[in-house]
Design a protein. Sequence first.
Length: 312
Amino acid sequence: MKGWLYTGYGDFKEVLELETELGIPIISEDQVLVKVVAAALNPIDAKRMDGFLGKNDSPLPIVPGYDVAGVVVEVGSDVTKLSIGDEVYGHINEKPLENPKQFGTLAELTAVEERLLAIKPQNLSFVEAACIPLALETAYEGLERAGLSTGKSILVLGGSGGIGTFVIQLAKHVYGASRVVATSSTAKLELLRSLGADVAVDYTKQNIEDLPENFDVVFDAATGGKSDVAVKAVKEGGSVVTVSGVVTPPALKFIVTSDGSMLEKLRPFIERGRIRPVIDPNSPFPLSSVLEAFELLESGRAIGKIAIYPIQ
């Protein structure tokens, strides 16, 4: 089996290697074996490779990758819903920061618990499906914890990133927010509007602290975290959610839980095109060019998600 592997922690350019004779993962009773058709990168992939998880990581060597879209080729004895031949997608680690799998999705095959997967919507390509799971689940769980509901306002920091693009769409099309304001650099403002933002703010020209209004919810999806800024922009009694960086009270930082049922719950919105992945125009990268994909991820210039396809 072909896939990417690292045997020690460090910069991806130094530790990540393409192997052609990896062992095929052995599934447990509640797992399925998925032939990976497409995968996608997340910031945690690079952080994990750098040793970010410490004692909470799986033993080395590690095949990186959280997001997957592919076809079921083997099922465990306790699997009841999925069958061989099913086209599925999901993120393979129930707790991304707590003992994630040793064998991830940047390989030809990966083993996944049935409950973490969902049937791929027919209107999505495998590349599109692979770019959804972890980012969408993070956006959804954050908005649930923040208590966003119909008629409330929200500010999205980092609106053009993998998570931020989904926060905007969920807020507008699923939760019915009355006002969605999102930030990005100049070149990405029109993207924010196309996703449902009522107002797109150019953070290179306007300080968030100078906005003329406060918000019921502030979702900090920006890499590095800006929760101190977010707290200043929230209404009294409102909620602040951040996914990275240092947390300034009363901001809430949380760890997402992978759940295939959440993907199924949002399936109608995906099938109607109300929720769609934004995929960086430089991707997909073929499996052989994963190092180039990580370079784009590390640059912070990616728009939306970075896909890996084909896997061969």
